[in-house]
Design a protein around this ligand. Structure first.
Ligand code: 6R9
Length: 653
């Protein structure tokens, strides 16, 4: 089974992979060197993988210089993303399946959409959006389940030059509202309900709740009938998609877009409370998403590609919709969860639809690993060729299980590191080129220049641990934060001037392979989803009983990181269990159910420096039950508070 095992924990590239894959190790070395030595020449060539209405003359025009950060790729070229993902494929693969839509309930039939049908849907959607006043450059908020209609809506926006802003369905109405308001969307697209894991998310009602607090912003809500459940429809504002579709023409040509016109906004969490509207543009993003999809997953015609992400995350944008469709692939869009109706749901879907490339998050694998191997082995999984992992570090134990039990010991695992901000995968194994080391994300993709730096910003060479920065631009990089270029520069380019700071820590080994050690800023990664500690803290202090709150992450067996909150109460109120439960559900309501607090510890006070700053390092150690490893506590102004925290800690081994 593990015949490719070389040294303990290292898997060499199987011969058939080195032969079959687009990129073997020699090719990787040569192409990587060329991409770094001459980025303009390299990307000038690879930019041609998409269709341009007007070819670009200028390839790269980028600067990371403080105060002047500016990122432009292919800036004088024109193209259209929807044309590239749909129309372009019609002559050759009009009858090929583009999208397989698998619903939450396994009793429901899957929908199979050909490229020709996709073309018709996208044009209809584009005309429906236009009928609601959407014009080139307008922001449209999409709050939709992970269903084919979400992809139609995304591609329809791209077709007419509108900018979509997809919001995760796991967020609360308040968070949805703040994203609608920040983007100033006049049109919101949603569904009546979103079935997931056997429950129906009341999506239209959530939109109503969000809009109640935003009078006058949104003029049109387009509602997809997903379950057909009756929902309140506000006369004049709310419309069923089906009804609008009957009133508009079938045809809609793609609009010629400049390479640097925005394609989408995607809000993500940073280390302050305010979410950031990451802006991605047209040409460079698509080139990068398509190229990484082809080489990282070694996509070949006939592969069925299944990325289990929600469409509302960057992974869904780049590796469910844009990358696969730009390459003319068949992409599977799954509405459900790994555990519904049983622990074998993923494996059932793989067998039923002959999935060959399977891409998921460590948290999903960990939740399935617990139920043992039998749930996997009742399926053959013979169609699988390659496995992928994304969103958070995958520990070697989970990696080995994924490799052996799911992949039958024969499928390479690509552990891909990237971020909302990077648009596509930056550090990853390539299956025909890179040895696999469980827990390591491998080596940089073409054109990517990772570096490790110390706190002072000095570049570290060789085997090292440090902060991960990227020294030069790549085409898929975010261009700015929506209406806040200053914050963009501040958050990503100021700490290490001249470099893009990722917010992650990493280790590099003697082979030049990277392992991601986790966030080094105040961001927690829960089941692959990012949340700033400040966001959770401000939700907590919004509760009437809470005086102060500090939130840290701690290692969690399934979720990767759990959320641990330290709370001090107004009036030193009795710290009852009931209040604890109330705070947990309060935060779920404020932020959304994906970010459920795991532990609430009531505190007399929080450890602070003499200048009043909370010392999170101490709080992290207490949450990890490592109370002897505080390091230098000389600036601590209130030691008795810490004794109380230790005595009442909630994680004990
Ligand atoms: C794609 C995505 C980004 C953060 C990133 C890092 C963590 C993502 C990872 C990984 C270890 C991997 N992360 N992939 N950590 N190994 N393969 O998840 O985007 O939601 O913006 O999160 O996720 O900490 O900085 P996003």
């Amino acid at each position: 089974m593990n015949e490719n095992k070389q040294a303990p924990g290292v898997y060499s590239v199987p011969k058939e992979w080195a032969e079959r894959a687009y990129i073997d190790s020699e090719r990787y070395a040569a192409m990587y060197a060329a991409s770094i030595a001459d980025p303009k020449g390299f990307w000038g060539e690879h930019g041609k993988r998409i269709h341009w209405f007007k070819p670009y003359g200028t390839v790269k025009n980028t600067s990371f210089e403080p105060g002047k950060v500016s990122i432009k790729w292919f800036e004088d070229g024109t193209t259209n993303v929807s044309h590239n993902c749909v129309d372009r494929h019609l002559p050759e693969r009009g009858d090929q399946i583009a999208i397989i839509g698998v619903r939450d309930d396994p009793k429901d039939d899957a929908v199979r959409i050909t490229y020709r049908e996709l073309h018709a849907h996208v044009m209809k959607w584009a005309n429906v959006l236009q009928s609601q006043g959407v014009r080139k450059g307008d922001n449209v908020t999409l709050y939709l389940p992970t269903i084919p209609e979400a992809a139609y809506a995304m591609l329809a926006c791209a077709r007419i030059g509108a900018v979509h802003s997809a919001v995760s369905t796991g967020l609360s109405p308040d968070k949805l509202g703040s994203r609608i308001a920040d983007a100033a969307s006049t049109v919101v697209v949603t569904a009546d309900q979103g079935p997931r894991g056997g429950r129906n998310n009341p999506m239209k009602a959530n939109v109503d709740a969000a809009l109640d607090k935003l009078p006058g912003v949104v003029t049109s809500v387009i509602v997809v009938k997903r379950t057909g459940a009756p929902v309140e429809m506000l006369q004049g504002r709310d419309h069923y998609y089906d009804e609008l579709a009957m009133t508009v023409p079938d045809e809609c040509p793609p609009v010629e877009m400049n390479a640097e016109d925005p394609l989408f906004l995607l809000y993500t969490s940073g280390s302050t409370g305010k979410p950031k509207g990451v802006v991605h543009t047209t040409g460079g993003y698509l080139v990068y998403a398509a190229m990484t999809h082809q080489y990282v997953f070694d996509y070949h015609v006939g592969d069925i590609h299944w990325c289990t992400a929600e469409l509302g995350w960057i992974t869904g944008h780049s590796y469910i919709v844009y990358g696969p469709l730009a390459n003319g692939a068949t992409t599977l869009i799954f509405e459900g969860t790994p555990t519904y109706p049983s622990m074998s749901r993923y494996w059932d879907v793989i067998d039923k639809h002959k999935v060959s490339l399977f891409y998921t998050a460590p948290t999903a694998i960990r939740s399935l690993m617990g139920s043992g191997e039998d749930a996997v082995k009742s399926n053959s999984l013979a169609s699988l060729r390659l496995l992928g992992s994304v969103g958070e570090p995958i520990d070697p134990k989970t990696w080995e299980w994924y490799h052996r039990v799911v992949g039958g010991g024969r499928c390479p695992i690509v552990d891909t590191w990237f971020q909302t901000e990077t648009g596509g995968i930056l550090i990853t194994p390539l299956p025909g080129a890179t040895k696999l080391k469980p827990g390591s994300v491998g080596t940089p993709f073409f054109g990517v220049r990772p570096e490790l730096v110390d706190e002072a910003g000095d570049v570290l060479d060789g085997v090292e641990n440090g902060n991960l920065v990227i020294a030069d631009s790549w085409p898929g990089q975010m261009r700015t934060l929506y209406r806040d270029h200053e914050r963009f520069e501040q958050e990503y380019f100021s700490l290490y001037p001249g470099k893009y700071f990722t917010g992650d820590g990493a280790r590099r080994d003697a082979d030049g392979y990277y392992s991601i050690t986790g966030r080094v800023d105040d961001v927690i990664n829960v089941s692959g989803h990012r949340i700033g500690t400040a966001e959770v803290e401000s939700a907590l202090v919004a509760h009437a009983s809470v005086s102060e709150a500090a939130v840290v992450g701690y290692p969690h067996e399934i979720k990767g990181q759990g959320i641990y909150a330290y709370v001090t109460l107004i009036d030193g109120e009795a710290a009852a269990d009931e209040l604890r439960k109330e705070l947990v559900s309060w935060v779920r309501k404020e932020i959304g159910p994906i970010f459920t607090i795991d532990k609430v510890q009531f505190a007399l006070g929080l450890p602070k420096t003499t200048s009043g700053k909370i010392i999170r390092r101490i709080l992290r150690k207490i949450a990890e039950d490592k109370c002897t490893e505080f390091g230098d506590s000389s600036t601590l102004s209130n030691p008795t508070v810490v004794d109380h925290l230790i005595d009442n800690r909630l994680n004990r081994k």
